[in-house]
Each structure stands twice: as C-alpha cells, then as structure tokens.
Design a protein around this ligand. Structure first.
Ligand SMILES: Nc1ncnc2c1ncn2[C@@H]1O[C@H](COP(=O)(O)OP(=O)(O)OP(=O)(O)O)[C@@H](O)[C@H]1O
Length: 243
C-alpha cells in the first residue's frame, strides 16, 4: 500500500526525518510513535504529498486525493457555521459534490455513520457545540463515509475521554478487518500495545519498525530518550549517504 524509498523530509532544506526505508502492507494497522518533534506529522505530510521529499520518494498504492486523513483536532476550524450532519456528509463529497441536497440513499448512509459513532441525537447541532470527544466521533464518521483504502490519523485520541477512545479504537480495528490500511500517530504507548499489531518508532529517523512488542522494547525507548529530537536550525542540508 505504501513504500518509502530513502525518504528524507524537512523544512527549508533542514531534514526533520531522515532516510526512511520500508513498506506498509495492505491491511496494516500501524502506530507511528516517537518523541515530540520526532517527525511523525511530517511523515503524514509526506505521504499526503503536502511536503515534497528532500531525497527519496513515497510510493502510494492509492491516488493522493483518495487518502482518508484526520488532522490533529487543534487544526480543525470549529467556528464555521456547519452542523454535525453536514460535516459528516462531507465524507461523501467524492460521490455527490460538496454542495446541494443529498439523494435519499446518501442521507441514509450519513444517518448510519452518525449512529455508528453514537451521534444520531446531535445530527443538527452546530460543530462548535460539541465536546472534544463528540467532535472526534463526528470526524471519524466523516472518515468512515470516505471509504478510503488508506487512512492517516494524526493523534486521534489526544485529549478525549476513555470511552470515546475505546469506541473509536473499535472502529479502527473494524476498518482493518475490512482490509483497509490504517496509520495513526499516537502518544499513549499502552494504547499502542493493546490495539496496534505494528509500530514505527521515529526520532528524526527510524529507530525501529515491526511488531509492536519488539519495537516498544525498553532498549528502543531508552535510545529514543537519549537522541535529540527536532531539527537543528544550524544543520546543513542532509548529506548522509543513503543506506
Ligand atoms: N511547517 C514547518 N516549518 C518548519 N519546521 C517545521 C514545520 N512543521 C514541523 N516542523 C519541525 O519539524 C520537526 C518535526 O515536526 P513534526 O510535527 O513532524 O513532529 P511530531 O513527531 O509530529 O511531533 P509532535 O509529537 O510534537 O506532534 C519539529 O522539530 C518541528 O518543529
């Protein structure tokens, strides 16, 4: 589904993530973990094509515009006057366009998605009237309707209650069981150990990638702690020889 060939990503030619190699098989449920500034969101931007590689490339099994993407909640504009139902219906824009009345079949799909995430009673509420957990449920419902084969989620469970996190984790596992590929940036390592079979540990480079229990070993986590995370503003353009 995804392949990284000697991928280096950065800003103003300063690398934030160096020389990543590897592939994500279709149907993977992969947690991307690591310290603040380790390059996790940068990797998602590289996959989405929002950031051009400094070296190497990302090979993606689906067209970029067909990737399902859930940004960090802090990047969502809630002040826009739009209802929960309308927000969720945007997941169908590829089929119906962004404006205009939805046909009955699509309205039923929106209602089913709202019910699946437990928001049917809030369908008419404005987005800014939702709690953090309710907003995340609405965004998962929108993602669900997109029916993408590849989904990228950036810190989907930060600052939300445990019950919502558990419900939404069930949904991720359901998507994986349907053969979809899911990459999620996460900070809660216990959540990763319990729900994610594979993990990618990043600290400006790949520290480990594979089965979660192996990746999250004490040795690997200690190694990450001793590494400096974040780009060095004094660093020259990356000149490391590809492995
Ligand atoms: N638009 C940008 N311009 C310049 N530098 C950036 C930009 N976005 C991110 N960076 C830097 O790149 C590095 C990697 O950032 P990134 O957001 O990928 O980290 P992260 O692992 O997702 O961190 P966190 O867990 O804190 O969200 C950070 O040091 C950050 O300051």
């Amino acid at each position: 589904m995804l392949r990284f060939d000697n991928l280096t990503l950065g800003y103003d030619r300063h690398p934030a993530l160096h020389h990543l190699h590897g592939h994500v098989a279709p149907g993977s449920l992969l947690a991307v973990v690591g310290p603040n500034g380790g390059g996790k969101s940068t990797l998602l931007k590289g996959i989405l094509g929002q950031l051009k590689p400094l070296t190497g490339k990302v090979v993606c099994g689906v067209p970029r515009q067909a990737i399902g993407y859930l940004p960090q909640q802090s990047r969502i504009d809630r002040s826009f006057p739009i209802s929960v139902q309308e927000t969720v219906a945007m997941g169908l824009w590829r089929h119906c366009g962004l404006f205009g009345r939805l046909p009955r079949a699509q309205r039923l799909r929106v209602a089913a998605a709202l019910e699946r995430v437990g928001l049917e009673r809030l369908a008419g509420a404005n987005l800014d009237a939702l709690s953090g957990g309710q907003l995340q449920r609405a965004l998962f419902a929108r993602l669900w309707l997109q029916e993408s084969q590849l989904m990228l989620l950036d810190e989907p469970f930060s600052a939300i209650d445990n019950q919502t996190a558990e419900d939404l984790l069930d949904l991720l596992e359901e998507w994986q069981a349907q053969g979809k590929t899911v990459l999620a940036v996460l900070h809660d390592l216990e959540q990763v150990r319990h729900h994610f079979p594979e993990a990618l540990l990043l600290a400006r480079e790949c520290i480990a990638w594979g089965p979660t229990q192996t990746v999250l070993s004490a040795d690997n986590l200690n190694r990450v702690r001793t590494l400096h995370a974040g780009p060095d503003p004094e660093a020259a353009f990356c000149s490391r020889t590809p492995e």
